[in-house]
Design a binder for this molecule. Structure first.
Ligand SMILES: NC(=O)c1ccc[n+]([C@@H]2O[C@H](COP(=O)([O-])OP(=O)(O)OC[C@H]3O[C@@H](n4cnc5c(N)ncnc54)[C@H](O)[C@@H]3O)[C@@H](O)[C@H]2O)c1
Length: 303
């Protein structure tokens, strides 16, 4: 019987589907040392972001050569040593399409939250304040949204932002893309100099260097709004905070952080920052689709 270990939880329906199809599924989180032992007994490991599948774990799996497939339920595979696994004959897959609409909706939600002080109104009203005059916002309608990276999620953001009356522009290391002529492609420098809102939708750089740091922020329009629902550190947190304090950046929204859970007090307490705890893909629909994709990958791999 093919044995599947799900260390960071798996959708109930996906577990049932696999069991009904004759797979054995164990749902259990293991600390790294314990995982090193357990992994030797499984053909498939399904992780989200909590479990790290680094070289020592892969080396342990190679002792029995049972492990054939590692699946990341989600998009970013930065918690897995992908090249090392593949080099040793272990396939690594993710579920790239399942969460795009959910992350796009959260991105749009954060833009509204920043433009209309929704987050901070919630906080201050609960402490008895009524800041009606202070919270005069702006409309998204008519504003320019610059998307950095134009992959699956950014394209979903672009469609929704266009429907809201925004002028959507994008940059991408592989762009411009055919079929998206309604959105103007430009260089990163051009884009950041004319955007009212900037949203990043790219993976972290291999060297973990931020793509948006002080030198890029300096080139932006005064009063720009910045969103990061992609990966922690793509926008430098310290440089962003400095720019929020100086007034260069009017507001920022973060779903992802340089360290998670973040302990950055300056960030947590900043009234111009809209925060969510890495919930981009945390919707019933996305989790359902992630489960379906995982089942599909496993069934096809062990036909
Ligand atoms: N917040 C969340 O919970 C959540 C959920 C899913 C995905 N994500 C993250 O969102 C990001 C985007 O996901 P996606 O599915 O759209 O990915 P994707 O691979 O479809 O698109 C990424 C695009 O970025 C481009 N790119 C990469 N580096 C770039 C750079 N330095 N400058 C410009 N363009 C660059 C690529 O060419 C590609 O077109 C990823 O980092 C992913 O991990 C976050």
């Amino acid at each position: 019987m093919i044995r599947v270990l799900a260390t960071d939880g798996m959708e109930k329906t996906a577990v049932e589907d696999l069991k009904n199809s004759g797979f054995e599924v164990v749902e259990q989180f293991y600390e790294p040392e314990e995982l090193k032992e357990q992994i030797k007994n499984f053909d498939v490991v399904v992780v989200r972001s909590a479990t790290k599948v680094r070289q020592p774990i892969i080396d342990a799996a190679l002792e029995t050569k049972k492990l054939k497939l590692v699946i990341r339920g989600g998009v970013g595979v930065d918690n897995i040593d992908v090249d090392y696994a593949k080099m040793n004959g272990i396939e690594v897959r993710n579920t790239p399409n399942a969460s795009s609409a959910s992350v796009a909706e959260l991105t749009i939600g954060h833009m509204f939250a920043m433009a209309r002080y929704i987050n901070i109104s919630n906080v201050t009203m609960r402490s008895g304040q009524w800041n009606k005059k202070k919270y005069e916002g702006i409309e998204l309608n008519g504003k320019t949204l610059g998307l950095i990276g134009f992959g699956r999620i950014a394209r979903e953001v672009a469609k929704r932002a266009k429907a809201l009356g925004m002028n959507v522009i994008y940059t991408d290391i592989f762009g411009p893309f055919e079929g998206f002529e309604e959105f103007k492609f430009m260089t990163l420098d051009e884009l950041i100099s004319i955007s009212d809102f900037i949203s990043v939708h790219i993976p972290a750089a291999p060297d973990k260097k931020p793509v948006i740091a002080a030198d890029q922020i300096a080139k932006m329009k005064d009063g720009v709004f910045i969103v990061n629902c992609a990966r922690g550190g793509v926008v430098s947190e310290n440089d962003l905070l400095d720019a929020l304090d100086s007034g260069k950046v009017a507001g920022a929204a973060l779903d992802v952080f340089e360290e998670e859970p973040t302990k950055n007090e300056r960030l947590l307490k900043h009234e111009k920052v809209s925060l969510t705890p890495h919930i981009g893909a945390a919707t019933k629909e996305a989790q359902g689709r992630i489960g379906e994709e995982i089942v599909d990958i496993i069934k096809k791999s062990f036909k």
